[in-house]
Design a protein around this ligand. Sequence first.
Ligand code: PEP
Length: 249
Amino acid sequence: MDRKKQFVAGNWKMNGSLAENRELLNELMELVKDADAEVVVFPPAIYIQQVASITEGSNIKVGVQNVSAEAKGAFTGEISLAMVEDFGCRYVLIGHSERRTLYGETDADVAKKMKAVVDAGLIPVICVGETLEERESGRTEAVIKQQLTSVIDAIGIDAFKEAIIAYEPVWAIGTGKTATPEEAESVHNFILCTLKSYDDKISNLVRVVYGGSVNASNVESLFAQENIDGALVGGASLKAKEFAKIVLA
Ligand code: PEP
């Protein structure tokens, strides 16, 4: 099978300002204008309009870091999918480990959000990954399986048709520690086998990207792995030159 198109996304988390975003994007747009990869940035929601307007006509697309599964109403502090779509966002990050650990998002919440995103015709980028304690006790695959199958069993495998799965070991996020290319590849392969056990065709469509302290120095060895179809990048996505090197790797 041909290699899937690489997907490289920058999760800005709670960083940025009007001035910083403008500077970062102006530099980045120039650096990645000929990239083969699909490039997406996930700014804080309040900056989506600014980012969409700066990147209009470029090959950089915009996503949202989190969304409510509810359509509208009394949900103070939340934003809906219709609002996200209003600003031209096509990608939605779901179940990032910071949402799971800091804000108590459960597998059931992740499934609900994923269903809402898919029903709206948008593209979910769903994050899975084990903690250090889970890895050290040999439970990595069991954890990943639980995170995936709880969603598949709740909303069906078809929801994954256009999805991107980000394998992000929690112990590698923002820590400077990266899974070795072999460790990452082994989990990516496990994710694809899990999908395959439900639907062969869908496992051939889904891209599995790696996240966890990806930078310009470690990206090539990660991307050299057969089943690593791109990266979800936190810290390094805030530096235009560094992020561009990852996009172009
Ligand atoms: C992330 O936030 O998804 C992430 C992978 O962060 P970092 O690259 O900083 O580890």
